[in-house]
Design a protein around this ligand. Structure first.
Ligand code: SF4
Length: 560
């Protein structure tokens, strides 16, 4: 018998309490109030809901981050006076090309990449603050409610089912079993961040409707928060690096951002379209910290936080259709991150606001069909978001043949307003670009590299993980599914050497050898998962599925 589910009928549903959804919910609440001041037909006591998988807003939010405040200042013009947690305005920036032991300072930062007028923030703190503003506006936020299933009727999205609670690891109901609730809404806004599991369901079940011109490609950002001795990096000081330790065929780069009270945000982005099956992004990040430029700032300080998150790098040409019957896509879910600026918070906020305007129109007219909501697509593509992303439309693809060609393409794209030498340059999904051991190493599996970490300045994954606050109830069904374990033991072991052990930044996948010399199997320590989605993205056979764990599980990021 199907479980007796609670049904929550709301007027607008936002999924994921990140910048896109919270900005959308705040804007919608205010638009409705303004509408009611003059309209004959008022919208009475609207129920605007935001569901969030983390234990509180911000617990799963991670970014560098340097925020372009343009959209925030439209949403909340007096955001500074209202106590928005800005760490510092950007006060100078450097871009270095790192070699093994040296550095070349790029004499000027290209104009589209400059951060003048931007500010250093912790996106987690920003999200917490936005959640407070939303609640003051009457928005109801439901933390620990992960969306697990898109609800459709006749091809039209009618809401979201949240994950069940109280299921043990064998799949049996426990004493505290609670079936997930059905949140029903005329319009659902998916602002669930990068590689959202609900958006993925939509993209798979309606591939014809939602395909972008190019497939999405992703990067993985690995971050540590440090507290360093006085005078190492002034608040607002921004440093970006290219090169070491990434080889020219691997996309990525590092960052150091100065925050208040001696905190430094330090991180490395690695494109999840790398070729080497033995690359370990976390190990690369630790190696990056050993460079004198980075060591000179961090060494002697203390590790305060750790986390990892993927980001969509496909940009303009990977933007899917953004609306359909009863649904809108916003923020990273909609591929609205600018890969050239490596910024997506401002486009997330703006897209949330545009989504709110579309939702208001549908509330007034009672029409939430694809046709009515398509005005949102147009507003995104023809407004400031589309303008900005169009100018960086070939950026990431320009690095397909490595760093040096990428820099040449970037210069050409900047000079031609984004067109470059070829427009559109096309893209392949990252998991197709990972090469087999035979192809990359000429057949012989490389020896295990010496990855020793000193535990004071460089850390193994488990030590880092401890600083992420990650927790999951152990007695639940693993939220990471391997669809075909034979592939792991046979084809993947031989062809790629089980790269999940390396690409996961949280030590979730452990290869266990059989005592009798058999092939062995992969153990999944799902409780370590920081919800970055890397495995779902780059597994070369696409047999790993990330699904939402019981609500509240996952990282507990502070100041990230
Ligand atoms: Fe990220 Fe997957 Fe590892 Fe979880 S299991 S931390 S989603 S790579």
């Amino acid at each position: 018998m199907p479980p007796d589910r609670e049904v929550v009928e709301v007027d607008a549903l936002f999924v994921g309490a990140g910048p896109a959804s919270l900005a959308g919910a705040i804007h919608l609440a205010r638009l409705i109030r303004k509408h009611n001041e003059t309209a004959e037909k008022k919208i009475d006591e609207p129920f605007i809901a935001v569901i969030e998988k983390g234990k509180e807003p911000g617990a799963h939010s991670l970014s560098g981050a340097v925020l372009d405040p343009a959209a925030l200042s439209e949403l909340i013009p007096d955001y500074k006076e209202k106590g928005c947690p800005v760490e510092a305005e950007v006060a100078g920036e450097d871009l270095y090309l790192l070699t093994a032991g040296g550095k070349i300072r790029v004499p000027f930062t290209p104009p589209p990449m400059r951060n003048h007028g931007c500010c250093v923030v912790s996106v987690g703190d920003l999200v917490k603050w936005l959640a407070g503003v939303a609640e003051e506006e009457g928005v109801e936020i439901f933390p620990t409610f992960p969306g697990s299933e898109i609800l459709e009727e006749d091809g039209r999205v009618v809401g979201v089912r949240t994950a069940d609670k109280g299921i043990d690891k064998e799949g049996n109901e426990k004493a505290n079993y609670q079936p997930g609730a059905d949140f029903l809404a005329p319009v659902t806004v998916l602002g669930e961040g990068t590689r959202g599991n609900l958006a993925k369901q939509l993209f798979e079940s309606h591939a014809d409707r939602f395909a972008g011109k190019n497939p999405q490609v992703y990067g993985l950002g690995i971050k540590e928060l440090w507290k360093v001795p006085d005078g190492r990096l002034a608040p607002g000081r921004v440093i970006h690096t290219m090169g070491f330790p990434l080889k020219p065929d691997t996309y990525g780069g590092g960052w150091l951002y100065g925050m208040r009270n001696g905190y430094v945000s330090a991180g490395l982005v690695v494109g999840l379209d790398y070729h080497d099956p033995f690359l370990d992004p976390h190990a690369c990040f630790q190696e990056w910290k050993t460079h004198p430029v980075i060591r000179g700032i961090l060494e002697g300080g203390s590790l305060e936080g750790y986390g990892a998150k993927t980001m969509p790098l496909g940009g303009y040409y990977s933007i899917p259709r953004l609306s359909s019957d009863g649904v809108l896509l916003a923020g990273d879910t909609a591929s609205l991150l600018n890969p050239m600026r490596l910024k997506g918070i401002h486009t997330a906020i703006r897209s949330g606001m545009l989504a709110a305007e579309a939702v208001l129109r549908s509330m007034i007219t009672g029409d939430s069909s694809a046709g009515a909501l398509s005005s949102y697509d147009e507003a995104v593509r023809k407004g400031p978001i589309g303008d900005e992303l169009h100018r960086s439309r070939n950026f990431h693809q320009g690095f397909d043949n490595g760093l040096w060609m990428g820099l040449i393409h970037s210069a050409a794209q900047i000079a031609t307003g984004g067109r470059g030498f070829r427009d559109n340059m096309g893209a392949r999904p990252g998991h197709e670009r990972m090469e087999t051991i035979r192809s990359f190493y000429g057949g012989s599996q490389p020896g295990r590299p010496d990855r020793s970490f000193d535990g004071e300045y460089t850390f193994d994954k488990l030590t880092d993980l401890f600083k992420s606050g990650t927790e999951h109830l152990e007695d639940q069904v693993a939220h990471l599914k391997i669809l075909d374990r034979d592939i792991c033991s046979n084809r993947c072991a031989e062809e790629y050497g089980n790269p999940c052990e390396r690409f996961c930044p949280a030590n979730v996948y452990i290869w266990e050898k059989d005592a009798d010399g058999g092939k062995g199997r992969v153990r999944i320590d799902f409780a370590n998962c920081v919800h970055c989605k890397t495995c779902d993205i780059i597994d070369p056979y696409q047999v790993i599925r990330w699904t939402p764990p019981e609500g509240g599980g996952g990282p507990d990021y502070e100041k990230m």
